[in-house]
Design a protein around this ligand. Structure first.
Ligand code: FEO
Length: 382
């Protein structure tokens, strides 16, 4: 598949994966992207997941049209992109491998490569001329691992962006880019907002006409929209006004309060996303907490703490540097309700969290006083 006359897509679609990175649901599969640049010299940009080695090699061979590859550029050592380095070097032992020093270190940790592989270590700002095409490498530590670099090709003004600007979903399935890119970004890179901001600052000086990520489609139009979303996500600003309500409920009473709040908010036109943390996709619930300006956590008290699904959810939010949001609390407990105190305590380490003044406290089941509390909380969150 041609990206341009001289850049060829040689990646693969994965419809067999059950959980990406062992944890993310990917009902539409996943793509592992790789590209071949054809010039006086030829370069292959990254490999693909271990399960697709032969298919990828065939794609590369076809793209090369009888030529030999000169360079293998390794932008990222996570196995979804690096697993086939040994297979590639077995077939093309003469190739020069281009990567950061840290990537070479990881290469030796993951594989037992021949000692005579041709290594070309590069540093930030390093260049590789292929002919009219010239790659400039920009270190992008923690987007998503420390060894990552992205590559700017100045002839066609293409940014090879590694994991950045990627998404869940195979390329042969149509879905909503922003929803699956957000879920991917928040889950995979969300903790590293500052590092993403640093890369965006470096990229601001580049004339970019096209973005070639390691997952998801090549982006050719409205690049300002995608870059703007990355700026929003990585600076932890809400993308939209609205309320995410995440609940964990044993017998349905806490759920009833959560749904009652959703109904109250919707009556006034507030956008609301509701998640049952025991049953819905946790990664989507986390992503929507970052998407919207406000969050309500509703949990039963459990073993003098909170529901284990809520514990998992708040832990994930905190791990992903959740911040700059308003949070409301709904708790339930039949003899000693503790959930609001515990949830608040878990979020206290997060920056710039404003807690709603109104908390809903159920003593077992919804009563008229709880309806009033829900209305008061809704009024505060609108
Ligand atoms: Fe798609 Fe961080 O690997």
């Amino acid at each position: 598949m041609k990206v341009t006359d001289t850049i060829v897509y040689v990646g693969v679609n994965d419809h067999e994966v059950d959980l990406f990175e062992g944890q993310y649901q990917v009902p539409n599969g996943m793509s592992y992207n790789s590209y071949v640049i054809l010039d006086e010299k030829t370069a292959v940009m990254d490999t693909v997941d271990a399960a697709f080695g032969q298919q990828w090699l065939n794609n590369v061979e076809k793209a090369l049209q009888g030529r030999r590859p000169d360079y293998l550029v390794v932008q990222h050592m996570e196995p979804d992109h690096s697993a086939n380095i040994p297979l590639f070097l077995e077939k093309y032992p003469h190739v020069q491998v281009v990567a950061t020093a840290q990537a070479f270190k990881m290469m030796n940790q993951f594989f037992s490569l021949p000692s005579d592989i041709q290594q070309m270590p590069v540093t930030n700002g390093g260049e590789l001329a292929l002919g009219t095409h010239k790659l400039t490498f920009v270190c992008a530590p923690m987007v998503h691992w420390p060894e990552v670099m992205i590559s700017y090709e100045s002839e066609e003004k293409v940014l090879f962006s590694a994991d950045a600007f990627g998404k869940f979903g195979a390329l042969d399935v149509e879905d909503n880019w922003v929803d699956e890119a957000r879920r991917y970004y928040i889950g995979i890179v969300g903790k590293f907002g500052m590092q993403v901001q640093n890369v965006l600052k470096k990229a601001a000086d580049l004339d970019i006409r096209m973005i070639c990520p390691l997952h998801g489609p090549v982006l050719k139009e409205n690049l300002g929209n995608y870059i703007g979303l990355y700026d929003t996500w990585s600076s932890y600003r809400p993308e939209s006004q609205g309320v995410t309500i995440a609940y964990a409920s044993i017998y349905g009473h806490t759920k009833e309060a959560a749904l009652c709040l959703a109904e109250e908010l919707r009556k006034n036109g507030t956008t609301v996303a509701v998640y049952d943390l025991a049953r819905d996709d946790m990664a989507a619930a986390v992503a929507d907490a970052f998407r919207y300006s406000k969050l309500v956590l509703a949990s039963n008290t459990y073993n003098a703490g909170i529901n284990p699904f809520m514990n998992d959810y708040i832990t994930r939010l905190a791990e992903h540097s959740y911040q700059k949001r308003t949070v409301g609390l709904i708790e339930n407990g039949s003899w000693a309700p503790m959930a609001a105190k515990v949830m608040r305590g878990m979020l206290e380490k997060c920056k710039e969290i404003t807690f709603a003044e109104n908390t809903v406290t159920l003593m077992s089941a919804m009563k008229s006083e709880n309806e009033a509390q829900v209305k008061a909380l809704a009024a505060e969150l609108r």
